[in-house]
Design a protein around this ligand. Structure first.
Ligand SMILES: [Zn+2]
Ligand SMILES: [Zn+2]
Ligand SMILES: [Zn+2]
Length: 363
């Protein structure tokens, strides 16, 4: 094989290992997968996993230039017979390359050794954790415990993920893990970029750049980048609103846009009046945060006409959850039909349409 061709193939494979495309990830050809027994489980020991993962990445990536040289030697690419007319073959250029690549590898190994000494005391993730309290193991177990819970926000993939748990904002990257405490963090949208998925595609993806700044230390900790469709979910995980100083327009997901239109229609519908002395509606069983504020009543046509059926369920859902339920029962490819379509009641399965959703009013 020609040296140039070999080099191309070699670096292509390496590139796929460092930034694996979907096919590589599916077939398990990622450093995380290959080293999974050493790295442990992210879900059980989040901090430990990322401490080991970032160290492994540093070591693996810094040994790549040297490994290229060694493979060339092993495959006889650098012997004089292959380059009879080239005085530099295996000469000074390759010597310089060898010394530089071995220095990079040696430096990284020394740094990796330093990080791991004294039970990872010196690892950047650990020094970062120490800002939030001592001993760092206590902070680390707080992060680990919260990460194990199902209710958390997550966005991104592989090495570039953002997680929000009950009290922590976490952002992973190839060589580090950035951490902010939710109660000490101020989030603000600093930029947005819109990408067209395909030339003739009507849908575009909006990426929001959100700055996470520590209130106490007054400095910018890091920037998280996420899909605008995730914005609603993100705000739901935060107690404080996200600042939008530049008044950037945030594109909502189709389902969110639909819920807005759904709510507008419901507000124009007839109200369902609850007498003053009747028991107040219970908590919505969809989100468990708001109280139930809608009741289904067949109003679109007279009782015996049309496809809709009477629902006798007591109010159990809030308007947002009912809107989302309605949206996910629709044909996802024909958005224009959603408002005029029907859905089954989430509890008794009686068919209803948007005209049958009544907001509750307490007398
Ligand atoms: Zn709800
Ligand atoms: Zn019902
Ligand atoms: Zn109806």
């Amino acid at each position: 094989m020609d040296l140039t061709f070999f080099t191309l193939v070699y670096f292509l494979i390496l590139f796929c290992l460092i930034a694996p495309p979907t096919e590589f990830r599916r077939s398990g050809l990622t450093i995380e997968y290959i080293l999974s027994s050493y790295l442990g489980s992210e879900n059980i020991d989040f901090i430990g996993y990322h401490v080991r993962r970032t160290t492994a990445n540093l070591l693996f990536h810094s040994c790549l230039p040297l490994s290229y040289y060694i493979i060339l030697i092993l495959l006889n690419y650098l012997s004089a017979e292959n380059y009879p007319f080239n005085p530099w073959a295996g000469g000074i250029y390759w010597d310089v390359y060898f010394y530089m690549s071995s220095s990079i590898a040696l430096l990284a190994i020394t740094l990796g050794y330093y990080w791991s000494s004294s039970k990872w005391q010196h690892h950047p993730i650990v020094t970062n954790l120490q800002q939030f309290g001592q001993p760092w193991r206590v902070v680390s177990s707080s992060v680990n415990n919260e990460f194990r819970r199902i209710e958390k926000f997550s966005s991104g993939e592989l090495n570039f993920c953002t997680y929000i748990t009950d009290s922590w904002i976490l952002k992973t990257s190839t060589y580090t893990l950035l951490i902010a405490h939710k109660h000490d963090a101020k989030l603000s949208i600093v930029d947005s970029q819109t990408y067209q998925l395909a030339v003739d595609s009507p849908t575009a993806v909006q990426k929001l750049h959100i700055r996470v700044k520590s209130v106490q230390r007054g400095k910018c900790d890091f920037i998280i980048v996420l899909n605008s469709e995730k914005y609603q979910e993100l705000t739901g995980m935060l107690e404080e609103p996200i600042e939008n100083m530049r008044n950037l327009v945030i594109q909502q997901s189709l389902s969110d846009k639909f819920v807005v239109a759904f709510k507008e229609q419901v507000m124009r519908n007839v109200r369902y009046i609850i007498p003053e002395n009747a028991p107040a509606p219970e908590q919505c069983i969809g989100c468990l945060t708001k109280s139930a504020d809608v009741k289904l009543q067949k109003l679109c046509y007279p009782p015996q006409e049309g496809e809709c059926r009477s629902c006798f369920c007591k109010p159990m859902w809030c308007l947002d959850c009912m809107g989302k339920w309605f949206a996910c029962r629709q044909d996802q490819r024909r958005i224009e039909t959603w408002l005029s379509s029907k859905a089954p009641c989430p509890t008794c399965r009686a068919t209803f349409c948007v005209l049958d959703v009544c907001a509750i009013e307490i007398l």
